[in-house]
Design a protein around this ligand. Structure first.
Ligand SMILES: Cc1cc2nc3c(=O)[nH]c(=O)nc-3n(C[C@H](O)[C@H](O)[C@H](O)COP(=O)(O)OP(=O)(O)OC[C@H]3O[C@@H](n4cnc5c(N)ncnc54)[C@H](O)[C@@H]3O)c2cc1C
Length: 406
């Protein structure tokens, strides 16, 4: 039977592993004007940089997994350790004081695809991919959005047609983060064109190296190219790689989307993006605006709403920790985060003005442009602000439903 609380032996083992395999993280107090002034929301890297980062992340993931700390809460039969979330939390807290490589490439695979495989895949697919995903041997992506289906995901048109023990997948996906680094993808396809749109979908795990898969990068306005268009031409997928029932893909997609909202909304404790309000206050001081009452009011609002976002997150996380399914709290958590990031962008615009768009060479000025340009992506990914407002209005507040589109 699984232990219910972490014991001394677990903690000791974790400490020994970290001491032997990683360097303690040095607390560097960054001073204004020194070091990098990068404040981008999504990392912007060249393909070479991405590959080098992946290599470092993979080496770390493999070492950690082989020592028993890679999938602490996972079922033992699929390579996990069968322990509790408390064990995971303890390990995470210990690891946080060590310098470990960024695990960006694994975010979607471990945060969204792996939980969906665990919930809906055949034993064969669980066996084949879960261990490999958690060990970092493979990377996974999420193949949901299409040129004509984003918020209205159930309108997707990529088709899967049965051919004996296999399915033939044909169509186009878009905005696929990390497809160019991925080995497998979770894809939702239409398998019944006559059924109502939510009822004709089926999920699969697809091999991204299979013949007929073509990946084309898309460059975003921040300069990076972390998204892709992915074209499928009669790609063969074994029926064993089906997720859930034929035409039961909507349930599969919801599992992934709820985990996505949890991952984005829960990704920060401050609810203000990847940096705290400290840095904003420094900026305001250095731009000589610290005495401006309107700016002070904006800053106070960002701080207060950051705390509110953080408490909403904690509430949502407590529900997950208690073994309940993530619900509308995740939508609230994601929305409070992006709303606060919008307040930050408004403050930046009023404090920096033209310096935000023209590079004056001043440290900590033009760099904020990356934050402002990255913000729309945050407001769209994992459910747009408008869609989340609808969900909260209808499912939390019980307001009348949106009139259906004609
Ligand atoms: C950073 C980022 C990463 C992403 N990664 C992935 C990925 O890995 N895999 C993947 O499959 N997709 C990914 N996406 C795509 C994302 O899921 C879609 O962009 C999103 O679902 C919105 O769909 P859309 O772009 O088609 O916009 P649309 O759905 O066409 O929406 C356009 C506008 O209309 C509004 N709108 C739409 N319907 C309603 C309504 N009913 N009520 C009110 N307003 C409405 C929206 O809020 C939005 O402002 C990513 C997107 C971003 C920005």
């Amino acid at each position: 039977m699984a232990e219910t609380t972490p014991d001394e032996a677990f903690e000791q083992g974790a400490r020994e592993f970290l001491q032997a395999n990683a360097e303690p993280r040095l607390e560097v107090q960054q001073r204004w004007g020194e070091g990098s002034d990068n404040v981008s929301i999504l990392p912007e890297r060249t393909l070479e940089e991405e590959l080098a980062e992946l290599e470092a992340a993979r080496a770390w993931a493999q070492r950690r997994f082989d020592a028993g700390f890679g999938w602490i809460t996972g079922p033992v039969e699929y390579g996990g350790r069968g322990l509790t979330r408390d064990h995971q939390r303890l390990y995470d807290a210990l690891e946080a004081s060590y310098a470990t490589p960024p695990m960006t490439a694994y975010g979607i695979g471990l945060g969204m695809v792996a939980p969906t495989i665990l919930a809906h895949a055949t034993p064969e697919v669980k066996e084949r991919y879960l261990r490999a995903l958690w060990r970092g041997d493979i990377v996974a992506c999420q193949l949901f959005s299409e040129p004509g289906a984003g918020s209205d995901l159930a309108g997707l048109q990529t088709k899967a047609v049965r051919d004996g023990d296999e399915w033939l997948v044909t169509g186009q996906k878009v905005w696929t983060s990390g497809a160019h680094l991925s080995d497998i993808g979770e894809i939702i396809c239409r398998t019944d064109f006559d059924a109502p749109k939510h009822k004709g979908l089926t999920g699969f795990v697809v091999d991204m190296h299979a013949p007929g898969v073509e990946i084309r990068p898309l460059r975003q306005m921040t300069g990076g190219a972390s998204f892709n268009e992915v074209f499928f031409t009669e790609v063969r997928v074994p029926d064993s790689h089906r997720l859930g029932d034929v035409n039961g893909g909507w349930t599969v997609a919801l599992t992934t989307l709820m985990n996505e909202r949890a991952a984005i909304g829960g990704g920060t404790a401050t609810g203000s993006g990847n940096m705290g309000t400290e840095r904003l206050m420094e900026l305001v001081r250095h731009q000589g605006r610290a005495d401006d009452p309107l700016v002070r009011q904006q800053l106070a609002s960002i701080f207060i709403n950051g705390r509110v976002a953080s408490f909403t997150n904690l509430r949502a996380m407590a529900k997950v920790a208690a073994g309940q399914l993530p619900g509308p709290e995740m939508s609230i958590a994601k929305l409070t985060l992006t709303m606060n990031m919008r307040r930050m962008a408004d403050l930046l615009s009023s404090v920096l003005g033209p310096k935000l768009v023209a590079d004056s060479g001043e440290w900590g000025a033009y760099a904020w442009g990356q934050f402002v340009l990255g913000l729309p992506g945050m407001r769209i990914a994992g459910g747009t602000d408008e869609i989340l407002h609808n969900i909260i209005g209808e499912r939390v507040l019980g307001l009348p439903k949106e009139p259906a589109a004609r």
